[in-house]
Ligand binder design. Structure first.
Ligand code: ZN
Length: 249
């Protein structure tokens, strides 16, 4: 089975549509690791797409905040302003769907799905030391996480944690790269962010797990950046949210 794994769409419809076009016919089932909304200007549209296309979705901190205005005290002023705007424009079916999304970690297909980390759905797994704690929490071989908006992840093998990121030396900077899963190793993998990448590459990120080959391909696809920026400005959302998209920050 080929499984499309994606996360952190953040109401960026052009980015989501680019991923949809690039992956059409290329997977059997999809899962989403949360943050369908927040920051971007088309939360009803991205919610409708994810809801229709993806049977398994876990909530992100922005989904929780935008649906019910919970946890805003942890948000910076820009993120909080975007959450309030999103809450205001969300239509009731979308708001209710977001509000009822399950929290991770969610067991699925022998793997585990989390938004932040297996220990705390809001924790950012950025450093190998943080990943070590997450590896210690479970014996599951393959865990998927989002939240950092950084495509790549961590491998645990012979009691050592190693990290790899999109764009780093040894990892291809353009198009896609493939990770072959090793016997005896365990993994925490992040497909990257569809709608607001923060690893220095503005293009939409996602991953496909090829179960028969025991391999993961990480992908980047360009999208209509100008359209996403224009809709953010037109909505009256903070201009910084449009500017950061171009930098991949
Ligand atoms: Zn996010």
């Amino acid at each position: 089975m080929r499984i499309l794994i994606y996360s952190d769409i953040h109401a960026n419809l052009p980015a989501l549509e680019a991923m949809a076009a690039a992956t059409a016919g290329g997977y059997d089932v999809s899962v989403c690791l949360g943050d369908v909304v927040g920051y971007g200007a088309q939360p009803n549209q991205t919610s409708a797409w994810v809801r229709a296309a993806t049977p398994t979705v876990i909530r992100g901190n922005h989904d929780r905040a935008c649906a019910a205005l919970h946890g805003l005290q942890w948000f910076n002023p820009t993120a909080a302003a975007a959450a309030r705007w999103t809450h205001h424009v969300l239509e009731e079916p979308a708001r209710q769907w977001l509000d009822e999304l399950p929290a991770g970690p969610l067991p699925w297909e022998g793997m585990s799905l989390v938004h932040g980390s297996p220990l705390d759905e809001d924790e950012y797994l950025v450093e190998p030391a943080q990943a070590a704690g997450a590896f210690a929490a479970t014996e599951i071989r393959l865990q998927w996480f989002g939240h950092t908006h950084i495509q790549g992840g961590f491998e645990y093998s012979e009691e050592e944690v190693s990290e790899f990121r999109h764009g780093e030396p040894g990892v291809r900077q353009s198009g896609s790269f493939t990770l072959r899963l090793q016997a005896g190793a365990r993994y925490l993998l992040n497909p990257g962010s569809v709608g607001q990448p923060r690893d220095g590459d503005w293009r939409a990120a996602y991953a496909i797990l090829h179960q028969e080959d025991d391999a993961v391909t990480f992908h980047r696809v360009p999208y209509d950046l100008a359209a996403a920026q224009a809709s953010i400005l037109q909505a009256g959302l903070p201009a910084a949210l449009a500017q950061r998209l171009a930098k991949g920050q």
